[in-house]
Design a protein around this ligand. Structure first.
Ligand code: NDP
Length: 279
């Protein structure tokens, strides 16, 4: 379900009733020393949704930018993530406290288990911890990242709260039909990481043709495709012009034929790690 906000970024209503702006700004690999400035730029461009993680070592910069922004807390949507080595009960609670402190926040909007790290078999215990954190109000919504269908199935059968979000690698070359269909069936919203294939934009003639037809860039067409197929997207850039470019995707619409052409680029081509290989 979507609704349009004043800055034209649609909101997705999550399974717990909270809303997430469908377009956000990711800060993976943003230099910790530059994060405050870059997130400030993103706020000035209009982004209100920021995606960070403990392992990015830049939560302090995000917190600094939030504090100095003058923006109302309720107008922002802030996500951070639990790193693999901190999975568990006491370790996860401690990691969460430290993330909140670095962000200088009383609550985050979304807290994610970063990877299942299934070989350690602690993601069920960790999810129980996130459930307690949600109950305490210090994370408005809780979700997972890099979870495949077997991991999600275990959560659904062995725990109480259905994840609000599953953040996974997703771009035209890797559309993850199985995981996204499972999410649709069970009310888990799909959030696309590396939505622009980490800048290796699709060098495909049909996408170039679509871009020229709309007077838009390849990146804008790909992000618009994500929006229209229902993904939450969190592109990253250090460059303010590209921040604005990636934000200017709500003044055009791809046709059904154009969506189908981009759907046809699926080639099961992963850029990042396979979830089974990350512990
Ligand atoms: P993206 O697909 O967002 O691509 C980022 C790259 O694309 C950068 O090199 C950037 O370069 C370039 N770029 C951005 N905009 C444009 C544009 N308009 N034209 C041309 N190039 C562009 O990759 P990320 O891996 O950063 O993913 C986005 C976010 O997803 C991360 O920041 C993070 O928040 C999240 N993530 C989550 C993971 C997880 O395991 N949960 C794993 C990986 C990412 P430049 O900066 O020079 O503009």
């Amino acid at each position: 379900m979507t609704e349009t906000t004043t800055n034209s970024v649609p909101n997705i209503v999550l399974n717990d009733g909270n809303v997430i702006p469908q377009l956000g700004f990711g800060v993976f690999k943003v230099d910790p020393d530059k994060t405050s400035r870059i997130v400030t730029d993103a706020f000035e461009v209009g982004y209100r949704h920021i995606d960070t993680a403990a392992i990015y070592h830049n939560e302090e910069g995000v917190g600094h930018a939030i504090k100095n922004s003058g923006l109302a807390r309720e107008d922002l949507f802030i996500t951070t993530k639990l790193w693999n080595s901190e999975q568990g009960t006491a370790s996860a609670l401690d990691a969460f406290d430290k993330s909140l402190a670095r962000l200088q926040l009383d609550y985050v909007d979304l807290y994610l288990i970063h990877w299942p790290a299934a070989v350690n078999d602690r993601y069920i215990e960790s999810w129980n911890t996130l459930e307690k954190i949600k109950e305490s109000g210090r994370a408005r919504s809780i979700g997972v990242s890099n979870f495949l269908v077997p991991h999600l199935t275990r959560l659904l059968t062995e725990t109480h709260i259905v994840p609000a979000v599953n953040q996974i690698e997703l771009h035209p070359d890797l559309q993850q039909p199985e995981v996204t269909a499972f999410g649709r069936a069970h009310g888990v919203a799909t959030e696309a990481w590396s939505p622009l294939s980490q800048g290796r934009l699709v060098k495909n003639q049909s996408v170039s043709d679509i871009a020229s037809r709309h007077g838009k860039s390849l990146a804008q067409v790909i992000l618009r495709w994500h929006i229209q197929v229902g993904n939450i997207v969190i592109p990253k850039t250090n460059n303010r012009d590209r921040m604005a470019e990636n934000f200017a995707i709500f003044d055009f619409e791809l046709s059904d034929e154009e969506i189908t052409a981009i759907n046809g680029l699926e080639s099961d081509a992963r850029i990042g790690s396979h979830p089974d290989d990350v512990n």
